[in-house]
Design a protein around this ligand. Structure first.
Ligand SMILES: Nc1nc2c(ncn2[C@@H]2O[C@H](COP(=O)(O)OP(=O)(O)OP(=O)(O)O)[C@@H](O)[C@H]2O)c(=O)[nH]1
Ligand SMILES: C[S@@+](CC[C@H](N)C(=O)[O-])C[C@H]1O[C@@H](n2cnc3c(N)ncnc32)[C@H](O)[C@@H]1O
Ligand code: SF4
Ligand code: SF4
Length: 370
């Protein structure tokens, strides 16, 4: 049931998927564990479900200009299959948060219904969405009514020309309308995700932060990871967390937030105008998601399902465990849960980017489910 997608990462602990343990999905050693435990002792309580591999943007760090050979509808998880897996995960595997992502999850016509069904589960999880916000303006109210708790929106620039260069589409206005609609629909605490790209938007950090603070959003800057379709990511050229802090400091003073990070991907900072009294109230917070240079893999709580219903234990896994085919062939809940536990038992210790022999996954971020 485990599908090898490429060369496995180098790992060295018990249950390491580079060895025989990689195929131990039928009788995993942790099959009696209450949650999704990996062999390094991490328990996955955050589930990310990709609803589609399609997208209406073509962000340069994620999707090739010409798109990809997208999955036919028959291969995508259907609404009842998604809800069954969410029920299993929350009732039997200890999952507490479900995030819908993609590709672009708003492209799913049945998104409202999926969210309503998941919100009705006995062990209701927190339900969130990561989206580019195109088309959100017309659906935010329905999504809120269905039970959507939180939304993270990806927006790398508020300059229309820069936005169009990065996403290869001139749709900035639609994104901004979508973000505005969230507040009107009563979905608060919107987070904005921004990737800074050398020579494209790397000088725009302060203006993006000003815009986010004015709107009451929490902006998070994200280090670009080697998940681009063209495989041209270059660590030496990426904008690092240290560089982001340096560039923001031209206009702002950042003070590390004292609240415990608790496994969250973003390191948070209180923001004040440069030179302001450090005891004065802050303007808000900014986050930095330093997946590459300050990796947070040790505290990873993630498990993810691809749009075609396979478990990926890590964003950078080279193996996937198909749950959809067994489900369609009549597997019981207990059998599916065992397969899922087995997949997580083979989770790598981390992304391994600094290890010799690191290889980028074959699939880009949009096809994995970001
Ligand atoms: N290292 C790592 N980074 C990830 C993973 N999934 C997503 N990311 C990155 O984290 C960024 C933020 O992800 P979001 O989808 O907003 O979710 P999140 O930040 O985990 O969610 P909350 O903090 O709960 O709001 C994405 O834009 C990716 O760059 C992952 O599994 N591992
Ligand atoms: C793959 S997208 C899917 C959801 C939705 N389409 C969106 O853009 O929010 C999820 C997140 O992954 C991030 N992402 C995509 N490719 C990335 C890369 N190579 N490195 C870091 N983050 C990436 C995007 O910025 C986005 O915030
Ligand atoms: S980051 Fe999101 S919006 Fe951009 S191409 Fe990837 S899936 Fe689409
Ligand atoms: S790279 Fe893998 S181990 Fe690290 S935080 Fe992401 S999913 Fe978790």
């Amino acid at each position: 049931m485990t599908v090898m997608l490429g060369v496995p990462q180098v790992r060295g602990a018990v249950g390491d998927s580079t060895g025989a343990a990689a195929t131990q999905t039928s009788r995993p050693s942790n099959s009696r564990a209450p949650g999704l435990l990996d062999s390094y002792g991490r328990v996955a309580s955050d589930l990310r479900i990709s609803l589609t591999d399609k997208c209406n943007l073509r962000c340069t760090y994620c999707m090739p200009a010409e798109g990809l050979p997208f999955l036919p509808t028959s291969k995508l998880m259907q609404r009842d299959e998604i809800v069954r897996l969410a029920r299993l995960a929350t009732e039997q595997l200890g999952v507490r948060q479900v995030r819908f992502t993609g590709g672009e999850p708003l492209l799913r016509k049945d998104l409202v219904e999926i969210i309503r069904d998941v919100a009705a589960l006995d062990a209701r999880p927190e339900i969130s969405l990561t989206t580019n916000a195109i088309g959100l303006s017309g659906r935010a109210a329905a999504l809120a009514e269905a039970g959507l708790d939180r939304v993270n929106v990806s927006l790398d620039s508020i300059c229309p020309e820069t936005f169009a260069i990065i996403t290869r589409r001139p749709f900035l206005e639609r994104v901004l309308k979508g973000i505005d609609a969230l507040g009107a629909a009563g979905i608060g605490h919107t987070k904005i995700n921004a990737v800074l790209i050398p020579k494209i938007n790397d000088t725009q950090g302060p203006e993006l932060l000003e815009w986010a603070l004015a709107g009451g959003h929490q902006l998070r800057f994200i280090e670009q990871m080697p998940l681009d379709a063209d495989h041209i990511w270059n660590r030496d050229a990426m904008i690092t967390a240290a560089e982001i802090r340096r560039r923001l400091s031209v206009r702002f003073d950042l003070t590390a937030d004292e609240a415990p990070r608790d496994g969250a991907p973003a390191e948070l900072y209180q923001v004040r105008l440069r030179g302001a009294d450090p005891t004065s109230g802050s303007l808000g917070t900014v986050g930095i998601i330093a997946s590459v240079t300050e990796a947070f893999c040790d505290d990873c709580r993630r498990t993810r399902l691809t749009a075609e219903g396979a478990v990926r234990s890590c964003l950078f896994s080279h193996t996937e465990t198909d749950l959809l085919a067994p489900m369609r062939a009549g597997a019981s809940d207990a059998e599916v849960a065992d397969l899922w536990r087995g997949a997580m038992w083979a989770k790598p210790s981390g992304h391994g980017m600094s290890l010799d022999g690191f290889q980028q996954p074959d699939r880009p971020m949009s096809a994995i489910g970001g």
